[in-house]
Design a protein around this ligand. Structure first.
Ligand code: GLA
Length: 734
């Protein structure tokens, strides 16, 4: 098998390559690790195309050297620190015992490993077989402090992907305070990029924004303690002409569920530095001698064919090599969730008819949402008390679960285990479990508070309570929610000089919970949630294969949210439900089939009172389920192509293509009707140009090349929010 990492020891050149990409680095004067290239594959590198030596005023030189043409301030680097002659934002800052924060990280050696090592305590992309990837670990050392920085680069054989992370090892004799440790740095010369980010809000997640990279610093970050609705841990750098199908696109996806920061700095020479890592806001980490600190990982994807290919790379990588659950490769059940059907106003008798109706319609799982525990009739109480609410389930939860199972449905249950209400037995018994700053009243959000997951005892309590219920063997699915962001950042379990660790330790605590529970209950399907998509990231995907994409269930709003999400994450990670109209978040009335078309383009379900549907709507549900059954594997496993965006047209359109290119699902949405509409066409993507495809509804046959190049006319419609779906199958010979 061809090697993926070649090292020229003589010239100190490292070349990571597969058939699609190359990543090149070398060692320059002062043992400075320098970046040469990341992009389309080159066969080899002859060592001449190094960064030119130019004397730049006010960019100083190496200590002890009078070579004015060499400066760390201009050289493209792999990893920078404070205290060097480099005025950019540094990748790392370390406060030392004497108060200094200068480091001089010099190259000392490397190792190449088969496969990809795990990251202790952290989610990361993995390999199933060592032949899938190779890993280069380069050690940089600061002689004065004795700190080693081990930079890891993994290249996958079959994907245009490199993953990066950093481990800091204190081989010195004194403790230091890490004030910043980026997971990666990437410097570019002569690239006039634009940046795409995914800002948003609760019920309005991941709306792509594209803007020029201008001089100075731009940052995209979360300081909310989670990856957040407000800014996803993802950016793409693209050329001005890059679109969905052509041009360079570099994507950076941070496998982390806490405070993140993506910093872009365009400098005096129009060179660009990108840093990605844990946000340095309210972050410090005390590193004692002989201890190490592992950063989370960044997934970097390169595409020479526009944004769709970049996204497909992430879909493949995250869907198949970050998600670990056994449901990674299994069909996910079609659910009905009672949240928008009943909110808190339910009991067993009220739910049973919904379950019975679900069975009639072919739905496969009933999910009991918030309100089944403690004495929770509204959102003011009971978080922390994970015992059944006897008023609503007088014969116990098991009795209701049996009813659901006897109807032939699976049973799912909602939890919000990271939280505590003042009005809870848990708080009355353990007020010290609540995250709080001494002598200050903690801030409520949705009238609830955060459990201090830095404390091992708190984590044990959560695991025990959740495990007690799951151990009964009646819960097939868990929706793991988190309905507020962090505040009152302090842990009663940590000394003063470790309070800067709380944000990160909270995330590590959350990962510890997920690791323990998913390992103990491998057959349970876990779905992540945080007020919808408030913690929608690749870190969560490592533990839970699917996430509730947004609390906004309006079909039209979902077009942008799901398309935006698809830039970085696979459709198999997004859950989407058909809900009632007028929609509870927007008040909008959309056609039933449009709600179905949007939801069927992800992990599908319903979220409404099925007993209130008209007979026509019930027939439509049956049709949708039959259609989804035909293409469920295609949606979960196929290649997803964005065709038209609702952000720049009156339409949205996408198609899924199976790996063998024999099956195609297309959804086209028309936002507003017009009196005198221009005609529009939908041109498909990713088909086999030499195959013929039959439209399963009409029986009509088209060439793959026809569908991709001529496209078909969209029908003229006289109502708003219309949609069409098409299922094509390749026919043998026509
Ligand atoms: C969050 C979730 C919703 C629902 C409610 C229950 O907002 O995103 O789907 O579970 O909590 O309180």
């Amino acid at each position: 098998m061809t090697k993926l990492i070649e090292v020229d020891e003589q010239q100190q050149i490292f070349h990571l390559h597969n058939e699609q990409i190359s990543y090149l680095l070398t060692v320059e004067a002062g043992q400075t690790l320098s970046h040469l290239y990341f992009g389309k594959r080159v066969r080899g590198y002859h060592g001449q195309l190094t960064y030119p030596r130019v004397d730049r005023g006010f960019s100083g030189n190496l200590p002890g050297s009078d070579d004015r043409t060499f400066s760390k301030d201009t050289l493209p680097r792999e990893y920078s620190s404070a205290g060097e002659m480099d005025y950019h934002l540094p990748a790392t800052v370390v406060r030392q015992a004497d108060g200094a924060n200068a480091l001089n990280l010099q190259y000392v050696g490397y190792t190449v490993l088969e496969g990809k090592p795990k990251l202790a305590g952290l989610p990361a992309a993995y390999v199933e077989d060592d032949s899938e990837a190779e890993t280069l670990v380069i050690t940089l050392r600061d002689e004065v402090t004795g700190l080693d920085y081990q930079l890891s680069y993994t290249i996958y054989r079959a994907l245009p992907v490199i993953t990066r992370s950093v481990k800091v090892v204190n081989n010195g004799t004194q403790a230091v305070q890490l004030e910043k440790v980026a997971s990666m740095q990437l410097d570019f010369v002569d690239r006039d990029f634009e940046v795409i980010s995914l800002p948003g809000a609760h019920v309005n997640e991941r709306h792509p924004e594209r803007r020029p990279v201008s001089f100075g610093v731009q940052s995209f970050e979360s300081r909310r303690g989670t990856s957040s609705h407000q800014m996803s841990p993802f950016i793409a750098l693209v050329d001005k002409q890059t679109d969905e199908f052509s041009g360079d696109a570099y994507g950076f996806n941070f496998v982390y569920s806490g405070n993140h920061k993506f910093s872009l700095e365009k400098d005096q020479l129009a060179q660009l530095r990108l840093l990605v890592g844990i946000n340095d806001y309210n972050f410090t980490w005390k590193l004692e001698p002989a201890q190490s600190f592992q950063t989370p990982e960044v997934l970097m994807a390169y595409s020479d064919q526009g944004l769709n290919k970049m996204s497909q790379t992430f879909h493949q990588l995250i869907g198949k090599r970050v998600v670990r659950s056994k449901y990674r490769d299994l069909k996910r059940p079609i659910v009905v969730n009672n949240w928008e059907a009943t909110y808190f106003d339910f009991d067993e008798e009220k739910l049973k008819p919904i379950v019975a109706e679900a069975k009639q319609l072919g739905i496969e799982m009933f999910v009991l949402d918030d309100g089944w525990f403690g004495h929770r009739d509204d959102d003011y109480s009971s978080l922390g008390d994970w015992q059944v609410f006897a008023k609503k389930f007088p014969q116990g939860l098991g009795h209701f679960a049996d009813y659901v199972h006897n109807q032939g449905l699976k049973f799912g249950l909602w939890f919000e285990p990271e939280m505590i209400s003042y009005d809870s037995d848990l708080y009355r018994q353990h007020p010290e479990y609540l995250m709080q700053v001494p002598n200050r009243a903690p801030s409520p959000s949705r009238s609830q508070y955060i459990l201090d997951l830095c404390q091992a005892e708190v984590r044990d309590n959560v695991v025990e309570q959740v495990a007690t219920i799951l151990s009964q063997g009646q819960v097939d699915y868990v929706k793991w929610d988190m309905n507020r962001h962090l505040s009152d950042i302090y842990s009663l379990s940590l000394p003063a000089d470790r309070q800067g660790e709380v944000y990160h330790r909270y995330v590590l605590g959350y990962y510890d919970l997920m690791e323990r529970l998913t390992a103990k209950f491998p057959d349970v399907l876990f779905e992540g949630c945080s007020g919808g998509g408030g913690r929608f990231d690749a870190g969560v995907a490592y533990y839970m294969p699917q996430i509730w994409t947004s609390d906004n269930t309006d079909a039209l709003a979902r077009l942008t949210i799901q398309m935006g999400t698809s830039l970085a994450f696979p459709p198999s990670m997004m859950t989407a439900h058909v809900s009632a109209v007028p929609n509870h978040q927007t008040g909008r009335v959309t056609p039933f089939e449009t709600r179905g078309a949007a939801a069927m383009s992800a992990v599908f379900g319903y979220e409404l009172d099925l007993t209130k549907l008209t007979s026509a709507e019930k027939a439509a549900v049956k049709e949708q389920i039959a259609a989804y059954n035909q293409m469920r594997a295609l949606v979960l496993e196929g290649k997803f192509y964005r065709l038209k965006s609702p952000l720049d047209s009156n339409q949205a359109a996408w198609n899924f293509v199976s790996a063998d290119k024999k099956q195609v699902f297309v959804a086209v949405f028309n936002v507003l009707a017009q009196a005198q509409p221009y005609l529009t066409k939908t041109k498909l993507a990713g088909l086999d140009k030499d195959k013929c495809y039959r439209n399963l509804a009409t029986g009509q046959v088209y060439g793959g090349d026809e569908l991709m190049n001529l496209g078909f006319y969209d029908p003229v419609v006289r109502y708003d929010f219309a949609s069409q779906t098409y299922l094509f199958e390749a026919v043998t010979e026509e």
